[in-house]
Design a binder for this molecule. Sequence first.
Ligand code: UGA
Length: 437
Amino acid sequence: MSPASLPSISVVGVGHVGLVTAACFASLGFTVTCVDSNHDKIDLLNKGGIPIYEPGLPELVRKGIQRKRLVFVKDIVRSIKTSDVIFICVGTPPKPSGEADLEAVQKVASQIAQGINSYKLIVEKSTVPVYTGELIKSIVSGYVNEDLFDVASNPEFLREGKAIYDFIHPDRIVIGVESERAEQLLKKVYARIKAPIVVTNVKTAEIIKHVSNSFLALKVSFINAVARVSDGLGTDIQKISEGVGLDTRIGRAFLNAGIGFGGSCFPKDLDAFYHIARMAHYDFALLNEVKTINITQRDYFLSKIRPVLGTFQDKKIALLGLSFKPGTDDIRDAPSLVIIDRLLAEGAKVKVYDPVSMEKVKIVLGKDVEYGSDPYDTIRNTECLCLVTEWEMFKRLNLSKVKKSMRKPYCIADGRNVFDPDEVTGMGFKYVGIGRS
Ligand code: UGA
């Protein structure tokens, strides 16, 4: 397909999902116009800066700009006028009740409506509750005739840190449409990506996203609950995950026991899905249990370290890994922050290190903790190395060097089960893992 025959795309909202989507579509040959109500972000992008951390994204954005396939503008109405397909990628933060806040989506829908001068396909990509498609349709049809647009749902399944790979090599593409025209147009947009396409109606596509994230969170909490049983029985959670996960009906992914999930997606989507279920008159109590296991997992981890140190009072602890998972600088709902909070409350002295998220953490924690310049500097003179996020560099630590610079009782608290318990205890460390006592 020549670029001229490709539909032109607008992406509204250049957060993580929007910018990755735009840069990837540009790399596939589309002309993509990006717009955001935060004009500072647009200015930054136009100067070659990137407002978020995502491996590979700066290079992809730069290439898109150089090839004139990626454009950042401030005028949403103008960008809509020149586009065939518009992806809504704005934030849907949780309200205090846990419900998703759709204010930004509603605002964008009315702005898009004002730019409609010919047929447009409006696609929601942000994670939104069921019925958001209907809401967008009712807003836009307040301005223009329904023949001039369709609303579709095309949920994203992009992991932070691996978002570009996930976009180009998805397990599946979900398309929720209400017309043949919308289906054909979205299929054209994804024609260059090899993946099974699930075509359904808008509402069903919307719910698939919530079900996917909730199920993945369920798997993590399930294995973390099993890990607690495993600790009580003296069995090995790593082997349990392997033995169970090799069953293709279950799958090995998301069965890594640890200190639980964080980030902006799982906790938020569990709450949002709970509210959606309530709207459908179902009390989805299982989702609350998934959350409870996750939240208490951090305290469970600390309850295993405490007896090794006797008390946390005045103990020096090196905490490695601050982002909610490796490959991102995102500290939203990061387990590290909860653990640090608890340690400080019990009188511990905490020194922290993370390869990418230190600046973000400094804003939140200020002088409450000390900041290491590298892992070894962080560990020096501490009684406990507490591994919270499994960055590769931590897995490759020289443990003899670590042991020499630490103090008794040489505790390794391994919140992600990355070290070999036999190896580290053989070296004279006291080892605390999850589900492998
Ligand atoms: C998640 C989904 O995986 C994406 O498909 C989805 O598009 C995205 O949310 C979203 O809704 O935007 P993400 O939050 O980036 O992506 O992170 P994941 O890689 O899924 O990990 C989530 C959390 O689970 C992390 O804290 C991770 O450490 C934890 N986890 C994961 C475990 O504790 N154990 C595991 O076995 C796997």
